[in-house]
Design a binder for this molecule. Sequence first.
Ligand code: CA
Ligand code: CA
Ligand code: CA
Ligand code: CA
Length: 560
Amino acid sequence: MAFVGGGEMLVLEKSTGRVRRVADGMVTGTALDLAVNSASERGLLGIALHPNFTVNGFVYLYWTESTIGADSTVLSEVPLLGNRVDRFVWNGSSLAFDRNIINLRARQSDSGQTERGNHNGGVLRFGPDGKLYVLVGDVGRRGQLQNLADGPVGPGSPDDAFGGPEPDNAHLTGAILRINDDGSTPSDNPFFAAGAAIGGQTGANIQRLFAYGIRNSFGMAFDPRSGGLWAQENGDDSFDELNRVEPGFNSGWVQIMGPPGRIAQYKAIETDPMAPQPFTPGGYFGLQQIRWPPTNLADTGVQALLRLFALPGSHYSAPEFSWKFGVAPGGIGFLDGNALGTRYANDLFVGAARTSLEGGHLFRFNICGRATARGIASFDPRLADLVADNLHKFEITESQSLLFGSDFGVTTDVQTGPNGNLFLVSLSDGAVYEVFDSGAAQPPSDDCRASAPSPGPGPSAALTLDLEARKQKLRKRLKLFATASAASTLTAGGRAIKETTKELAANETTKVKAKLKRKQRKKLVRKLDRRGKAKTRVEATATDRGGTTADDEVKVKLRD
Ligand SMILES: [Ca+2]
Ligand SMILES: [Ca+2]
Ligand SMILES: [Ca+2]
Ligand SMILES: [Ca+2]
């Protein structure tokens, strides 16, 4: 869905490949009709307007091409690189092809299993930096971008009949790409230097990466307040995630889904041979691709993190939120402004990719904090661990406080309209919904002032979930932290960090001056991980990237 001005919007039809013109609640025409392959999750999937759309009319579409020159629902009728992003020009009534931006993997004909058409991603968004962000799912690949450095078999073997495990053109999957509006690669991308060192097709693709290790997603959005990128990620049967995606982010798939501290649950669910459950009578065993079985998964969070495919400058971070069993999130978006009242201002809304839970749930996350520290806040003590511990797939336990709406069907897009209301595209209902303020009394406010203590000094606001409930945990955590910081080799850094622990609250980020060499920083991270604190994040600002001995800012984040 895209708002093109004059009260008009463009709405995509996944299976016909048509871009429909909609005004005043009515379809008024067709701006474009593409020959799409819409088998499984393929089709006309994503749209984004250029930041200077009103001047240049540029419209970007993510779609799956058919090989027969007409719409197809046959899995095999697709080119190898059949997912494509193209640029079109809007002339006020129709869209004309301008240029191709990128071609991505679509075909999934792997030996030993039936052909598939899922995990294409398909979300396009322009960032506040004017760059185009393209989300592509793993498309069933098991290569380096799925954190298998040597592919599914081992050193010397490709991922599949079309290459890999390195990210050649057929294995540039499970990632968020950041590209210029003309398809070229920005030189300030996180792995630009790493890709240049590798060179060739693989190196050029690594240069395009903004993030990787992502299984699949139907939702990605920029927070209009912080400018930060958020994405949801669909797990197999376990651990759907909501992530803050910073440059160089590695989400961990296939080695890890959900928080590292929950790795045993991830493995247990995905290797469960029986467990007939509602919606999954066959049980949960398997990670879809038989060439890499779930029995390969690590047994501890640290072990899993050590197995990640680490591009230079990459970082893993645990999800902002996750669901133990999949609820299948779909499109996500922020409500930009307070058109629905202060209670909902600037919050994050998460639609459904299935109708199994609440007929298509619409979850709302209360987002608090200042500037880049904006994050999820909740009053439900069960969510203090940032995990909704539901009982099986598509089950509401611990998500009750998040439920904002029901029966929205399959939500493929969530956006703030020009009038400030929330607009949702429902694929299953064939409808666009507008959520507006009816004027009825709203529930008591759960705004940020009420849920968080007054922000103390420091570069980021404190974001606490439930201080009382977390007190014991926090005390334990601080003790561990103090022990770690007192350790021998971390003299200068140790002292600084110990001081910090006095002020740190759960889930709070702080910066301290610390004289840490690159190796020392790594050592500290390892130390904390060994103490079962794998989600603790210790990262340095840019000045420390080279491992200098200068006084660098070290950012420490305590997370549950
Ligand atoms: Ca068509
Ligand atoms: Ca993850
Ligand atoms: Ca499974
Ligand atoms: Ca929980």
